[in-house]
Ligand binder design. Structure first.
Ligand code: GTP
Ligand code: MG
Length: 195
């Protein structure tokens, strides 16, 4: 059966986290602004309209909880990090919200770290991966926008990230535009969320 996604909660401030379903098994989607987190949610949902996307970075400003049916776990779309064109104060606020979420989500089974397959590893991505390692939270690396690269470049990028993350498995390849990697991503999410 084709899984479906339902938006069940939207959180704007650390205080509101008290009302969020933090104990339920969940996987968060993290990554720099514009990397394709919300587009990935839409591709998983088989709908272009569930999560708002934009060619302008900084679109998602809240934490959005989606329930996966029928599996029952949650996917959590986080605001992107590293967006330069907002005020320092607002960037700090997002950072605090993301960090508060990562610290408090007792049901968090893994964080899918989305990485732009066209770019060399970026400082903020390496920071995120290190943070997760220290916190003991499994990271599931996903290279996005795979439709924009040749297979040769994708393989090189996969090897680069595998070495950086010191994991035996290379990052998954994914394209929201073509659906490449969709089945493999579902498999990895289900396994990480439900064991
Ligand atoms: P923030 O909410 O700002 O953090 O961004 P986001 O990570 O949610 O990115 P979003 O899904 O809004 O996508 C950003 C832009 O990248 C949009 O213009 C998308 O159409 C485009 N995009 C996302 N995924 C893909 C993909 O797989 N292939 C291509 N070619 N474009 C993509
Ligand atoms: Mg988004």
């Amino acid at each position: 059966m084709q899984p479906s996604l339902e938006l069940i909660a939207t959180i704007y401030t650390p205080e509101q986290l008290a009302t969020a379903p933090l104990d339920a098994p969940q996987i968060a989607l993290a990554g720099r602004s514009n990397v394709g987190k919300s587009s990935l949610v839409n591709r998983l949902a088989g709908s272009k309209k569930l999560a708002k996307t934009s060619s302008t970075p900084g679109k998602t400003r809240s934490i959005n909880f989606y329930r996966v049916h029928p599996a029952g776990y949650h996917l959590v779309d986080l605001p992107g990090y590293g967006y330069a064109r907002i005020s320092k104060a607002e960037r700090a606020k997002w950072g605090e919200l993301i960090e508060a979420y990562l610290r408090k989500a007792s049901g968090l089974r893994a964080v899918a770290v989305l990485l732009d397959s066209r770019l060399d590893p970026q400082h903020l991505d390496i920071d995120m991966v290190s943070w997760l390692r220290q916190a003991g939270t499994p990271a599931l690396a996903v290279l996005t926008k795979a439709d924009k690269c040749t297979q040769r470049d994708l393989s090189r990028r996969q090897a680069q990230w595998r070495d950086l993350m010191r994991t035996p498995a290379p990052p998954l390849l994914f394209s929201s535009a073509t659906g490449k990697g969709l089945a493999g991503l579902w498999h990895a999410l289900d396994k990480a969320a439900l064991g």
